[in-house]
Ligand binder design. Structure first.
Ligand SMILES: [Zn+2]
Length: 184
């Protein structure tokens, strides 16, 4: 049974102030994640949904905020089914404490360069593999794979800076998920 559920504001797509969702741990009934679209709140940290999660408060905080950027907002509006898989992947990073400041000794440039190196070598970093497995357990592996496929198709249309790397990375993540869940 899935442990976490996403509760999205029913008016999510109607206007900017409504763009939030929460994730609840069904066992403890704790809210553990909130998704917002409020650029001002995050201007200082410059966080991006695809790469990181802002951990509010202490390193042991049980609550985090995810900022949606404009690209992802467009994706969510256009393809509502990608929302949960993407959010669960980010929650996976948070639950695994990948973004704890104390654990993170690298700069974002270093992380970005390592990511490119991994993709070039056909490797998915372990942190991404584990975040994907977390998401797969909560939304189903096939739904996650389908979301990644939709995101690839969308990225191919917009060709932003860095799109090529992202597409390659998504393809590698799909392969890894298929391998893992087919063997199971
Ligand atoms: Zn990730």
């Amino acid at each position: 049974m899935k442990k976490y559920i996403v509760i999205k504001n029913p008016d999510f797509n109607k206007k900017e102030n409504n763009r939030y969702a929460i994730v609840m741990n069904q066992e403890t009934r704790n809210l553990c994640l909130m998704v917002v679209y409020q650029p001002d709140l995050f201007n200082k940290t410059n966080y991006h949904i695809a790469t990181t999660v802002a951990n509010l408060g202490s390193p042991s905080s049980s609550f985090c905020l995810v900022k949606m950027d404009d690209t992802y907002l467009r994706f969510f509006d256009k393809m509502p089914t990608v929302f949960e898989p993407v959010i669960m992947h980010e929650l996976g990073h948070f639950v695994h404490r990948d973004y704890d400041e104390s654990k993170r000794k690298k700069t974002s440039t270093q992380i970005y360069n390592e990511r490119i190196l991994c993709v070039m070598n056909g490797i998915v970093p372990m942190t991404e593999i584990l975040a994907d497995r977390f998401a797969a357990e909560n939304v189903g592996a096939s739904n996650l794979i389908e979301a990644l496929r939709l995101l690839i198709a969308e990225r191919q249309k917009i060709s932003e800076k860095g799109s090529e790397i992202t597409i390659k990375e998504f393809e590698l993540r799909i392969k890894e998920l298929e391998r893992y869940y087919m063997e199971k």
